[in-house]
Design a protein around this ligand. Structure first.
Ligand SMILES: [Zn+2]
Length: 411
């Protein structure tokens, strides 16, 4: 019998492998290639996030529904059978990306516009070996190389461990190449100018693109300022996460891209990054929110931050929640109206008063009192002055000229 064809764009059953566990799931064939006589198919799992896209060989594929219909039928389980950790984590990926269903359904079309494909499967940073989630346009990757060694300080990348070891022995970087504008304990923020530190910013973005499904991450870094959150280690200040802001004075958002590196997630760094972005915006007199659409993890982080900030305000004894308006919340928390409304909707703790069609007095319903929350970033410790171009005033066209000419003064 002839082997199935699996043309690009067709659907099939594909093995989803995580650790020692595997399962059959429906996939879309996005690309095909043959290496040394071995056929490889680049697939996207229909019901899962794009970060699981991968290359499969022919023996990991089967005609559509050959296996997936079987797995839909409850299989007999032993009494001791439990959900495995890997199955749980797969479910959490699936669950966390419901909002990106549309992007998943058009994944093939979107991918067709990519001019790069996922060839880096792992990176090694310090003591961490990480499986990558998305494609990143690293150049000149030798054939057969699927792992990069990346310097955790300067983000230079290497195609083999020997080359990285040589670099590590002579790397003179001890922190990101910019001004340290904030310090709290062993954490610092460095402001890095994308026009000045081109190589660092390019390497940072290439690395972060491996974990962000956001094509703009790797566009011209000249257009952005990067704010790197670092943790002080014996090696130096290692970047644990960052966010970027564009120079464009007409840009209303407080940040463009945000990422906590996977090895540093679930340590609260996401909230520190978000809080810092609001602190900068406050110093600038800018009132906005993150650039949309957010990545799935970005959305979770922001919703959590907004929820915390809003509850902190509502539970402040100084406020009468019966009379609080959305405007009041916006002013106190610095969160823009649409984000406040979205967050309140997800919490289900408010409704507009009858007869008030404007901002409206809202009534907050009982909600579990949050834990003691604290503002993570102190304005008093922020050693930073916004450039004139960063002070948003769309009516003032002279600022555009300043923006075009200005370079950051040396402090
Ligand atoms: Zn280095």
């Amino acid at each position: 019998m002839d082997a199935p064809e699996y043309p690009v764009g067709s659907h099939a059953d594909g093995l989803l492998i995580e650790g020692s566990k595997f399962d059959w799931q429906e996939v879309i064939i996005l690309k095909k290639r043959t290496d040394d006589g071995i056929e490889r198919f680049y697939v996207s799992y229909v019901a899962f996030n794009k970060r699981l896209d991968t290359w499969l060989t022919r023996d990991c594929l089967a005609p559509l529904h050959k296996h997936t219909t079987e797995t839909m039928t409850p299989a007999p389980k032993t009494p001791a059978a439990k959900t495995t950790k890997s199955a749980k984590s797969l479910k959490s990926i699936k669950g966390s990306t419901k909002q990106t269903k549309q992007s998943q359904s058009t994944v093939a079309a979107a991918d067709a516009h990519d001019d790069f494909e996922k060839i880096i499967d792992y990176i090694v940073m310090g003591a961490h070996k990480l499986k990558t989630w998305y494609a990143s346009p690293y150049q000149d990757v030798p054939k057969g190389v699927d792992t990069l060694w990346i310097c955790p300080i300067c983000f230079r990348y290497h195609f083999d461990e020997t080359s990285y070891t040589r670099h590590a022995a002579k790397c003179t970087a001890h922190h990101p190449p910019g001004d340290e504008i904030y310090r709290m304990g062993n954490l610092s923020f460095f402001e890095v100018d994308g026009r000045v530190q081109k190589q660092f910013c390019r390497n940072l973005c290439l690395c972060c693109k491996l974990f962000l499904d956001h094509k703009k991450v790797v566009v011209d870094t000249d257009l952005f300022l990067f704010y790197c959150l670092t943790e002080t280690t014996p090696m130096g200040c290692q970047t644990v996460g960052f966010f970027s802001k564009t120079f464009d004075p007409e840009y209303r958002n407080i940040l463009a891209c945000i990422l906590t590196l996977p090895q540093h997630q679930k340590k609260g760094f996401g909230k520190v990054l978000i809080d810092f972005s609001y602190a900068l915006a406050k110093r600038e007199g800018r009132f906005g929110g993150p650039e949309k659409p957010l990545s799935d993890l970005g959305k979770i982080s922001f919703l959590s931050y907004w929820r915390t900030a809003i509850l902190q305000f509502l539970y402040d004894p100084a406020n009468n929640v019966e009379e609080v308006t959305i405007d009041d919340i916006c002013t106190a928390t610095q969160i823009q109206e649409r984000d406040v409304v979205e967050t309140l909707a997800t919490m289900g703790i408010c409704r507009r008063s009858r007869g008030d069609e404007s901002k409206g007095v809202m009534v907050c319903l009982p909600h579990k009192r949050p834990k003691r929350m604290q503002r993570l970033v102190s304005q008093a410790k922020l050693h930073w002055t916004p450039l004139p171009r960063m002070t948003y005033d769309p009516a003032d066209r002279t600022r555009l000229d300043i923006y075009a000419q200005q370079t950051r003064p040396v402090r």
